[in-house]
Design a binder for this molecule. Sequence first.
Ligand code: SF4
Ligand code: SF4
Length: 193
Amino acid sequence: MAEATTQARAPTIFDRVVAATPGTPRLEMCIQCGTCGGSCPSGADMDHTPRALFAMIKAGMETQVLSSNTPWYCVSCYYCTVRCPQEVHVTDLMYTLKRFSIQEKYYQDSSSADAPPFSQTFIHYVENYGRSFELGLATWYHLKYHPLDMPKIMPMATGLLRKGRIDITPKKIKGMDNLKAILAKAKELEGEI
Ligand code: SF4
Ligand code: SF4
């Protein structure tokens, strides 16, 4: 009698996303109720609502999922996560999708291809100063991607500067060495996931 052979199936995008998200993301629990998308402040700019993205993950639409601008427009407010009746870890899943999109270079096809460099510049300020530097970030972003909009933001920036609401140069937080040690440890742990 021929011996039955067991062939391991390749992990799907669903398997990979669940495995790479810390804790128990509960992605399989999504009931497509739409509460997440209805709560999302960035919903209008997203290619797909989180609900739609989760359905696409279940359907194995890897390329479309990882090219979507949705994770890039997620501002990590956690509102969806708090409101989800199924306790799906929507925000954490967005982080995983963003990471995959970078690792596998899908973000270059996304309709928000300028978002990753924006994030990297933001991270540069946080890693070197312990906080964001709004004036530098906004100026860099507009000069690089939307130079024609510069005249529109200048009056607002000048007003904020005059009222002392933003700094003209980046300022380091106290305890920068401690923050650097925390960030280094976080990177080390991320490499282990
Ligand atoms: S709120 Fe939760 S259950 Fe409802 S669609 Fe979003 S992730 Fe799915
Ligand atoms: S955490 Fe992200 S996906 Fe969820 S509501 Fe906020 S912006 Fe939208």
